[in-house]
Design a protein around this ligand. Structure first.
Ligand code: TEU
Length: 546
């Protein structure tokens, strides 16, 4: 049994988790202060998004020094204490390695700008004139993916913000530098690594215009990505740690290679296809109601094909880049609790390692901001301008941000109904969601029927029933609109998971044998009458056990 199949990972965005020193920015001591809470959830690993020295233009995903702690978040002593305290409670720390790019404030880039050839070769510079970028590629955050440096007469590539310069992985010296970073943190005792957009690290030998798209087809799952990952893992000795790659616009074929143990790359992959089901024409900035049947088809394909080829998925709905799942696929109103529990069931019982993102376990909602000044995210601010310039009214652009902004997932963790949601005694760097007076951890701890307690149940079940961690998956009732159904089986053990993804009742027919199975779990608290004709209530998840 692979060591990570029965694990559950909890993701923390330290900036928004808990502010210990009261400056409005969450910090490492804040995380330490909440370790008992995390332990009570039953999780195994804590993934911390970057807290390294950074200008914070992209909230730490613009790293200026991989081996130093940004003073906003604390000190190295705080990290070491956090690793120790977590270990004492049976939890490991997983760090976020942003190796596709560095901040332009990184010493390497600064030395490149100062003319040092060695460091220019750390990045992707191309000679040129100010009027013509080397290619027509588009940055993920809007605008050209190239920036001109007049003093050098060169352009540099940045797939993300202009202050996030892409590293040149074809240069062995770069790969050695990054291995040193891994070794440094491994020595501190971390238990795992998450690799940011790691399938974008290998760029093509020739750069040419993309006449069909934004350029991604040339660098996504690029030519040497598998070789580079194998080398990184082998040379740093992290094959036994838990490693997860964030894969942008990837394919199943590639994710099998990234995560099949025989390939010696990573433990598992995040992919985002199931979260693009409400992008009109594939465009995040064009709203559309979620296409639930497409969601089912995607989950079914990824689950069954990864299983067939011995790949392993990281399963998730939420992270710091995504709007909140109850707001997106569930219900913010009367069915909030029930829909959050149904969505949790759907994810936790799939084949893969589930990730819980801070606040998801209490059913936190979107931010509900109403003015552009409330947003902090560089992507949101860029796209607000782009949308307005391309004909949207400010009200229309704000409606898009309200649904799509990454800040929806970054509002302060709601600990209590105290001012600023109990997150900070200072003024939070980002305003809490307007829902914090009713949705918070203190309330969830006190309510035995809360979403929080349901998450604890799901996490505990994974430890108790090997069929969840190790069983096979097969989908059920794909033809029934609105039903996400699947079997999990391991030897004589079996589960049938039935999720009503809709806000309407749903009629489901069951095979005679399954009508005799026991009810293991129900997101409504009580179970419906089990028979060959079964009616699921709005957003009900029902789990039957053989
Ligand atoms: O995200 C990668 C990424 O592609 C996301 O930006 C995603 O495309 C976007 O949210 C959807 O619109 C990772 C990090 O998770 C993100 O926070 C960073 O901004 C990005 O890499 C750059 O490091």
């Amino acid at each position: 049994m692979a060591s990570f199949h029965d694990k559950v990972v909890y993701q923390i965005y330290p900036k928004s988790f808990y502010d210990f020193d009261g400056d409005g920015i969450g910090d490492l001591r804040g995380v330490r202060a909440k370790l008992d809470y995390l332990q009570s959830l039953g999780i195994d690993l804590i993934w911390l998004t970057p807290f390294f020295v950074s200008p914070q233009r992209d909230n730490g995903y613009d790293v200026a020094d991989y081996c130093r702690v940004d003073p906003r978040f604390g000190t190295m002593v705080d990290v070491e204490a956090l690793i120790d305290d977590a270990r004492d409670r049976g939890m490991g720390i997983m760090l976020d390695m942003v190796f596709n790019h560095t901040s332009t404030a990184h010493e390497w880039f600064q030395r490149a700008l100062a003319g040092e050839k060695k460091y220019q070769e750390y990045y992707i510079f191309r000679n040129g004139t100010p009027d013509t970028p080397p290619t027509n590629w588009v940055s993920k955050f809007g605008g050209s993916a190239w920036e001109y440096v007049p003093a050098l007469g060169k352009w540099y590539l940045h797939l993300f913000d202009v202050t996030q310069a892409d590293l040149n992985w074809d240069n062995p010296a770069v790969r050695e530098e990054l291995k040193s970073v891994i070794r440094f943190w491994k020595r501190k005792g971390v238990q795992g690594f998450r690799f940011d957009v790691v399938n974008l690290i290998s760029k093509p030998a020739q750069f040419c215009d993309d006449t069909e798209g934004d350029g991604r087809r040339f660098y996504t799952d690029g030519p040497h990505v598998h070789a580079y990952l194998r080398e990184l893992v082998a040379d740093t000795g992290i094959a036994d740690l838990v490693t997860v790659g964030e894969m942008s616009s990837t394919t199943i074929e590639n994710c099998v290679l990234y995560s099949n143990p025989a390939e010696r790359e990573l433990s598992m992959c995040f992919n985002f296809h199931h979260l693009k089901i409400d992008y009109r024409g594939g465009d995040k900035w064009q709203l559309m109601p979620p296409d639930l049947e497409k969601l089912k088809r995607l989950l079914c394909r990824w689950q069954t094909e990864m299983q067939a080829q011995n790949g392993w998925n990281a399963t998730f709905w939420c992270n710091h880049d995504q709007p909140r799942i109850v707001s997106r696929l569930g219900d913010e109103g009367v069915y909030r609790k029930r829909s959050a529990k149904m969505l949790a069931t759907a994810i936790h019982l799939l084949r893969g390692t589930p990730y819980v993102y801070q606040g998801e376990e209490i059913g936190m909602t979107n931010a509900h901001y109403t003015s552009i000044e409330q947003y902090a995210d560089v992507e949101s601010r860029n796209y607000y301008r782009i949308l307005c310039e391309s004909g949207s009214t400010p009200a229309e652009a704000l409606a898009v941000l309200a649904a799509r902004s990454r800040d929806n997932g970054r509002t302060p963790m709601q600990w209590s109904d105290a001012p600023h949601a109990g997150f900070s005694t200072g003024t939070p760097w980002l305003a809490p969601s307007d829902t914090y007076r009713t949705i918070h951890v203190a309330e969830a701890c006190a309510d035995p029927d809360s979403i929080l307690h349901y998450y604890k149940t799901l996490i505990a079940l994974r430890k108790r029933l090997p069929v969840i961690a190790e069983g096979e998956i097969a989908f059920y009732g794909m033809e029934i609109p609105g039903l996400l159904g699947y079997y999990r089986t391991l030897g004589d053990d079996a589960l049938l998971v039935l999720c009503n993804l809709t806000g309407d009742t749903l009629a489901v027919s069951l095979p005679a044998e399954q009508t005799r199975w026991q009810v293991l779990l129900d997101s409504c608290g009580d179970a419906p009458a089990i028979g060959e004709r079964l009616t699921l209530r709005p957003y009900e998840a029902l789990v039957l056990q053989k």
